[in-house]
Write a protein that binds this ligand. Structure first.
Ligand SMILES: Nc1ncnc2c1ncn2[C@@H]1O[C@H](COP(=O)(O)OP(=O)(O)OP(=O)(O)O)[C@@H](O)[C@H]1O
Ligand SMILES: [Mg+2]
Length: 497
């Protein structure tokens, strides 16, 4: 189906999220929508898929003006969307979820549905158990299910909003293959991202948004430099490494053991110095997340010791760790980090340690204003956190952290952020390192691990390497270790091949 957007406008208060965007997308193509955080990508896509009403503008499908008032309207017209933040999943089985939203009041014939499901899944090479519960699936598998569901509902325009965040490299390859297949079948695929590599590798054409406007379009072969300039209105450079490790050891782990029902992380010995950054690499679920949470008292350890600033905190709660200057920033910003429905001001009031019974709103607002400015959060104190774009939510989380910390534990600190925000956030983090804070962070982005860590620990099904010097490690070597290659038979001696 050919899609045409004409002069789409949408404002939220003072923000021009879409300032009159016109774009034509022919059927059978993968169209990239590229743009920095807050550029207006999700807003435009939500308008096309009926989740948001535009203030002005027209949508044409195969040359006919349509009016889309709801997601149900959109899907009836053949437009479906996979969201950036997966919508809540009801406690259903895969197959029950698959038939959600299907037309007709009567229950469809179970046997026929199951056959359709298996046929479609087979076509795309997805191995999903129809009887499994949806909440037991990984992000990548939920995505696969959602793709199948939308196709089954008859979508011929499919929108993917940042679909590669939070899935493994293998799942990403599968996803990209599926998108290519969809385009071959004549469907119109819209791929929203701020990752240049992904867009360049996958999309036959790309539209670039900046601050609510369409600033340009490009076709293969792309010039990366030009795309970056369009995205940010300037060239961007990452800058050199800035180690700021001091002599003093702030965290000492000896023979630390952590376990969950699947994994055993054994006997980790580690000294973390003030100002040092240690990257934890590995495929999702290799033990790095478990380890990170254990070092902050959020997961029980089964052996060994954790000393923070010389004090033995083994077996104590996160509250105790917090009292000793440890802070944790989770990956799930809106599930664990920020509180949806509360404003930025309210967050700053909550984050400050309560003194007395009364809430000092003026102080909270003032603090919010100051921090918004310092951390360049695009928003105002009265904004609720869910109204901020992904990148700005992350900036807000960082702005909420207390000033003097011994140890900062971060899960995917820049997941979903554009290059400019990544550099900005790491500059802010490195400022903290200069004041002596040590950082342990988990990331699935190899470049980020190599660029910003002093030392790297690689995890592979619970096994851990000794600390590796990031300045001499290469992407290839790191990639191999993450994939389980180049490990010695036994890592007890702490030697690597
Ligand atoms: N419901 C809302 N209420 C208020 N402001 C909003 C709302 N939704 C979006 N905005 C604002 O509109 C602008 C564009 O947001 P949008 O989510 O479309 O950006 P994006 O390009 O998808 O960014 P990201 O890469 O961070 O996901 C941002 O400044 C955002 O704060
Ligand atoms: Mg978005």
């Amino acid at each position: 189906m050919n899609v045409e957007l004409k002069d789409i406008q949408k404002t939220f208060g003072m923000v021009h999220a879409n300032g009159g965007i016109s774009l034509k997308i022919p059927a059978g193509t993968i169209q990239g929508i590229l743009g920095e955080n807050g550029a207006g990508k999700s807003t435009l896509m939500k308008i096309l898929s009926g989740f948001i009403r535009p203030d002005q503008g027209e949508i044409l499908l195969d040359g006919h003006t349509v009016s889309i008032h709801s997601p149900a309207d959109a899907i009836r017209l053949g437009v479906g969307m996979l969201h950036q933040d997966p919508l809540d999943f009801p406690p259903l089985r895969v197959i029950e979820n698959f038939i959600l939203g299907s037309a007709g009041g009567l229950l469809p014939d179970q046997g026929a549905v199951l056959r359709d499901f298996k046929k479609l899944a087979g076509q795309f090479g997805f191995s999903l158990d129809p009887e499994a519960y949806v909440d037991s699936l990984t992000v990548g598998e939920r995505q696969q299910l959602e793709i199948l569901r939308l196709i089954w509902l008859g979508a011929s325009v499919m929108i993917f909003d940042e679909p590669t965040t939070g899935i493994s490299t293998a799942q990403k390859m599968k996803l990209f293959a599926a998108l290519c297949l969809l385009a071959e079948q004549g469907k119109t695929v819209l791929f929203v991202s701020h990752k240049l590599d992904d867009v360049e590798g996958l999309c036959s054409r790309v539209a670039v948004l900046r601050q609510g406007y369409l600033v340009g379009e490009a076709k293969q072969p792309y010039s990366t430099k030009k795309l970056v300039e369009m995205m940010f209105g300037k060239t961007i450079s990452v800058g050199g490494r800035k180690p700021c490790r001091a002599d003093k050891v702030t965290v000492n782990l000896s023979k630390l053991r952590v376990e969950d029902y699947r994994l055993k992380v054994r006997d980790v010995n580690l000294d973390v110095h003030c100002g040092e950054v240690i990257g934890l690499a590995g495929m999702e679920g290799s033990g790095q997340g478990l380890f990170l949470r254990a070092v902050g008292g959020m997961t029980h350890t089964v052996g060994g010791k954790i000393l923070i600033d010389g004090r033995d905190l083994t077996g104590r709660s996160y509250q105790t760790f917090k009292k000793h200057g440890v802070a944790f920033l989770p990956a799930a910003r809106l599930e664990e980090g920020l509180v949806p429905g509360l404003t930025l001001t309210e967050h700053f009031i909550l984050a400050e340690e309560a003194k007395g019974f009364f809430i000092n709103w003026d102080k909270g607002r003032l603090l919010a204003q100051e921090r918004i400015k310092e951390f360049d959060v695009r928003g105002i104190p009265a904004n609720t956190v869910e109204s901020l774009s992904g990148g700005n939510q992350q900036r807000a989380l960082l702005a909420l952290l207390r000033d003097s910390l011994n140890l900062l534990l971060l899960e995917h600190p820049t997941r979903g952020l554009d290059i400019e925000s990544v550099i900005y956030i790491w500059n802010k983090l490195k400022e903290r390192c200069q004041k002596g804070t040590a950082i342990l962070f988990v990331s699935s982005d190899l470049e980020e691990i190599l660029q910003y860590s002093d030392q790297v620990l690689v995890f592979f099904s619970g096994k851990v390497t000794p600390p590796l010097d990031a300045s001499t490690l290469t992407t290839e070597k790191l990639g191999e270790l993450i994939g389980g290659k180049g490990w010695p038979e036994s890592t007890d001696e702490g030697k690597l091949a």
